[in-house]
Design a protein around this ligand. Structure first.
Ligand SMILES: [Zn+2]
Length: 67
């Protein structure tokens, strides 16, 4: 794991929600720092917030399993 990836993971932990601005890659937002899809977002495309998008299925399933 290089520094850029580690930085991205740290940012995700600080945010309650995040999404990518990369076109056509991911139209949902994420709220788990360990989401498989969320972890694939490049640091330069990563933004905090939900952007009024639906929650990603993997994040939603993880929430349901945790409760
Ligand atoms: Zn997700």
């Amino acid at each position: 794991m290089d520094d850029a990836i580690r930085h991205g993971i740290e940012a995700r932990k600080d945010w309650s929600a995040y999404y990518t601005v990369a076109q056509g890659f991911d139209t949902t937002y994420h709220n788990r720092p360990d989401c498989v899809d969320g972890s694939r977002i490049e640091d330069e495309d990563l933004r905090a917030g939900t952007d009024d998008r639906p929650l990603c299925d993997k994040c939603r399933n993880s929430q349901r399993a945790a409760t």
